[in-house]
Ligand binder design. Structure first.
Ligand code: FES
Length: 105
């Protein structure tokens, strides 16, 4: 089971931007690539560093600013070392300009 939570307005984020939000006690990053939005967990799987300190890269990637690991924000898979474990991603939807994220119970 999952619960769906309103997070922010879709217009809050510009293309290429990401922000971290508290969603029902979880820290969740919402990123915008062109006009697509993705949600994933805050911390890098390498050494738990906040990914929102890093940057969005071309090809749907987020780069951790501590040691340079990169993850595909569509499925959370690591695509560049030193990270070898995926990060969690969350289903996201937009209704009437509001972004909703689904978190597991
Ligand atoms: S903590 Fe992210 S690459 Fe090391």
């Amino acid at each position: 089971m999952a619960n769906k939570y309103p997070v922010t307005s879709a217009t809050t984020l510009k293309p290429g931007e990401m922000k971290c939000f508290d969603v029902n006690g979880e820290r969740v990053i919402v990123a915008r690539v062109e006009n697509e939005y993705y949600a994933f967990e805050e911390l890098c799987s390498h050494e738990d560093f906040p990914l929102w300190y890093g940057a969005l890269k071309k090809g749907y990637r987020v780069e951790c600013s501590l040691h340079g690991a990169q993850f595909d924000i569509r499925d959370g898979q690591p695509v560049f070392e030193p990270a070898t474990r995926p990060i969690k991603t969350y289903p996201l939807s937009i209704e009437n300009d509001t972004i909703f994220v689904e978190l597991p119970e």
